[in-house]
Design a protein around this ligand. Structure first.
Ligand code: GLU
Length: 451
């Protein structure tokens, strides 16, 4: 490994201890941009790497709230405004008990380059809390969201920083956050994306990450003279990204056969029942055991029965895989099993779902591998379309937004693919996406001086 990478990771370990996911995300980017740095001494001269790994601002705060029994609960809150060279800070909020500062930092770092790749004017940020929405009442969720916004309202705004959803934050949470922002500031503005359709939200935003991942896979396969039609697909997770990946896969003639949650997975050989999945996850907010109860023939496997260190979803034979749950859900053993079983396409709907060794295995095999920064950028891109509609006080039709999303995914694919060719690594979309994403941000930083 080059000295500048080991030195940077060493520096991060000292200056920001115990942030393993952040080191992983940093190393992934740094290890692929070397050809760009070698050709362009200006990046080193301007110390861009040292600057880009340091968030512009980190807001760490206490979120105190009352549970339904009147007990005071306390969580950690984060908003990390990583880079604003290309536009207002933009990125989701994640509410999950495993969230640490390192999680939010890795997500924020990834977001910089993902947002850059979309070609739209958005900087990179991320936020969240170690709050666990599971099992909480609506009233508890509302009080938590109100308390969270009471801290961050002074740091966000429609041209400053525009948060959105991520794991544990969907339409309901965005609603409560928005209501509190409006109460505190008196402003009805596009400060959040993923809003309800009758109060400033954009059509297709809910579907966008999943639809975008499938559009991305279509682009990768088309260049290889293949398509998703008739293909068996595995999808992990059962949140917003997974549900709309499943929906789009059906629309393009593929057959999705798995979904999962943190307790187990469903294998439904006839194809996932989309209406039932939506009923269980979006209406009942229940676990996938409910799906299995309602769907004879679907096989439910609890995580305890997965082989050690493995994710059961990736043992199911498939032509294309869509990791859409969470970081590091694809181990190198999972990757090898997918390849052994004949998988020809992986498109990542989640953020950093594949371990570094799994990524190496995918790249070495030469299959169509769409890394998260590129493949899942449809969500944040459509958030930017929501910002555009809010700014112009217009609302576009479903078809208009979907057509734009499709074009953006094609643009991201072309950019990553052409950049990979330009740097002598055709087909390596990790390298292509990282170089293209980094170059645009770095050039903007140089143009804007030492800030
Ligand atoms: N959380 C999503 C992501 O990882 C979307 C962020 C947004 O819409 O701002 O890109």
């Amino acid at each position: 490994m080059s000295a500048y990478i080991t030195d940077t990771i060493q520096y991060l370990k000292q200056s920001s201890p115990a942030q393993a996911e952040f080191y992983q995300a940093t190393e992934e980017v740094l290890s692929t941009i070397k050809p760009l740095l070698d050709r362009n001494p200006k990046y080193q001269k301007n110390n861009i790497i040292q600057r880009v790994i340091e968030p512009e601002r980190q807001i760490l705060f206490r979120v105190a709230w009352l549970d339904d029994r009147g007990n005071v609960q306390v969580n950690k809150g984060y908003r990390i405004q990583f880079n604003s060279a290309l536009g207002p800070y933009k990125g989701g909020l994640r509410f999950h008990p495993n969230v640490t500062a390192g999680t939010i930092k890795f997500l924020g770092f990834e977001q910089i380059f993902k947002n850059s790749l979309t070609g739209l004017a958005i900087g990179g940020a991320k936020g969240g809390s170690n709050f666990d929405p599971k099992g909480k009442s609506d009233a508890e969720i509302m009080r938590f969201c109100q308390s969270f916004m009471t801290e961050i309202f002074r740091h966000v705004g429609d041209t400053i920083d525009v948060p959105a959803g991520d794991i544990g934050v969907g339409g309901r949470e965005i609603g409560y956050l928005y209501g509190q922002y409006k109460r505190l500031t008196g402003k009805y503005e596009g400060v959040l994306t993923g809003k309800g359709l009758n109060w400033g939200g954009s059509l297709v935003r809910t579907e966008a990450t999943g639809y975008g991942a499938v559009y991305f896979a279509q682009n990768m396969l088309a260049e290889r003279g293949a398509s998703l039609e008739g293909k068996v697909c595995t999808v992990s997770g059962s949140g917003n990204v997974s549900i709309y990946t499943v929906e789009k896969l059906y629309q393009v003639g593929a057959k999705p056969v798995t979904v999962s949650d943190s307790n187990g997975m469903i294998y439904d050989e006839r194809g996932i029942d989309l209406n039932l999945l939506k009923q269980v996850k979006e209406v009942e907010r229940a676990r996938l055991t409910r799906y299995a109860e309602e769907r004879p023939g679907a096989v439910y496997t609890p995580v305890e029965n997965y082989p050690a260190g493995r994710n059961g979803v990736w043992s199911v034979h498939c032509d294309a895989a869509f990791p859409s749950a969470t970081q590091n859900e694809v181990s190198v053993e999972d990757a090898k099993e997918l390849l052994k079983n004949g998988c020809i396409c992986v498109a990542e709907g989640a953020n950093m779902p594949s371990s570094p060794e799994a990524i190496d295995a995918f790249l070495a095999s030469g299959i169509a591998y769409g890394p998260a920064k590129a493949a899942n950028a449809g969500g944040v891109a459509t958030s930017q379309l929501e910002m555009s509609q809010n700014a112009s006080m217009l609302q576009w039709t479903f078809e208009e937004v979907d057509a734009k999303l499709k074009r953006i995914m094609e643009h991201i694919y072309r950019t990553a693919s052409e950049t990979a060719k330009e740097y002598g690594a055709p087909g390596n979309l990790v390298l292509g996406a990282n170089i293209a994403g980094f170059r645009k941000v770095a050039d903007a930083m140089i143009d804007q001086g030492v800030v």
